[in-house]
Design a protein around this ligand. Structure first.
Ligand SMILES: [Zn+2]
Ligand SMILES: [Zn+2]
Length: 86
């Protein structure tokens, strides 16, 4: 139960397809919501494992989503195989 700023944001932040249980593997998933930081980012898929580009304002309703200093602007996602086992 996350409180998103608008229905569009909720749709894009929560959408998943049947083929990709990991949203970062899915080219159809464009918005990542970080439940810990409470921040949103654009998912940019690439061969390097992709990255998340933080967004400050909701592209649909214009709500301010974060303080610019509160989180990194870009978070790189490593390829799954390179993530060490905990
Ligand atoms: Zn919104
Ligand atoms: Zn998919």
């Amino acid at each position: 139960m996350n409180q998103h700023c608008c229905a569009e944001m909720r749709y894009y932040a929560e959408s998943m397809c049947d083929l990709h249980p990991d949203r970062f593997d899915c080219a159809e998933c464009h918005i990542h919501y970080d439940e810990v930081l409470g921040t949103y980012g654009l998912i940019e898929h690439s061969d390097l494992g992709g990255r998340i580009i933080s967004i400050d304002y909701c592209p649909w309703c214009g709500t301010k989503l974060r303080d610019a200093s509160a989180s990194p602007n870009v978070v790189w996602l490593r390829p799954r195989a390179e993530i060490p086992q905990a």
